[in-house]
Design a protein around this ligand. Structure first.
Ligand code: AP5
Length: 228
């Protein structure tokens, strides 16, 4: 069990299956505490849209619901992680090899992790959430037709940009993503439990209740945990 996480040490890893709510909670927390949300999926999708070399390497894997190669992802994260500001890693690491690489990067930067939060949710709920998800491709902000609808259908409340459905949220690709998660990413729960950094969050609750649990887990619910 970790103790309260001071704000300047709010360096968090968010773990969990596709649709568990990692991105939703990372956005809420990042906005609330001025932390940087580093979402590997969003970075990769922007690179695919821009047709960069990284995007070309990643596209086929993403379309199939499998993982982009560890060396490609680790090189990308080496570029992202130089800054010492509080950050939330949303979608990285996703394999034990990536977690070990992250440990090495953070040791070199003298920036230890504060906690790893695992968001748990049942498969049926994950499929329903991904089927109803709408995303702003520019910012990565997400909505849900039933659980978190935008004020105007298809339009982002914040920047007025169009919302789209992700191609990898189709039922077939979601099944592959869930299988990939079970095989490659789930072992990280034990990895971070052994490191004494794991906190489990019940992701099946409404969004606000999940946020309240996250804040409690970080000691940031008014009990004096997060301090500047
Ligand atoms: P990525 O974009 O990271 O996808 P993911 O991990 O599959 O996660 P999602 O974004 O689908 O789910 P989420 O948990 O963030 O859920 P969200 O908050 O949006 O990765 C995509 C691909 O990129 C991968 O398949 C892989 O190919 C590649 N990739 C990325 N990182 C990689 C890495 N490190 N290594 C190798 N490859 C990598 O919520 C989902 C929906 O539910 C939303 O509509 C939301 O509004 C709604 N919702 C959220 N919380 C609740 C709630 N509590 N109650 C009701 N509805 C809710």
């Amino acid at each position: 069990m970790t103790g309260p996480v001071p704000l300047h040490a709010m360096r968090l890893v968010f773990l969990g299956p596709p649709g568990a709510g990692k991105g939703t909670q990372a956005q809420i927390l990042a906005a609330r505490f001025g932390a940087r949300q580093i979402a590997t999926g969003d970075i990769l999708r922007r690179n695919v849209a821009d047709g960069t070399e990284l995007g070309k390497k990643a596209k086929a894997f993403m379309d199939a619901g499998s993982l982009v190669a560890d060396d490609v992802i680790v090189a990308m994260m080496e570029r992202e992680l130089g800054v010492g500001a509080p950050f939330i890693l949303d979608g990285f690491p996703r394999t034990v090899a990536q977690a070990e690489a992250l440990d090495g990067m953070l040791a070199r930067l003298a920036l230890p992790l504060g906690a790893a939060l695992q968001f748990d949710a049942d498969r049926d709920v994950l499929i329903e959430r991904l089927a109803g998800r709408w995303t702003n491709p520019r910012t990565g902000r997400t909505y849900h037709t039933l659980f978190n609808p935008p004020r105007v259908a298809g339009i982002d409340d914040e920047d007025g940009g169009p919302l789209v459905q992700r191609p990898d949220d189709s039922r077939d690709v979601v099944s592959e993503r869930l299988a990939t998660y079970d095989a490659k990413t789930k072992p990280l729960v034990d990895y971070y439990a052994h490191a004494g950094l794991l906190q489990r969050i019940a992701g099946l609750q409404p969004i606000e209740a999940v946020t309240a649990d996250v804040l409690r887990a970080l000691g940031a619910d008014g009990s004096g945990g997060l301090v500047a």
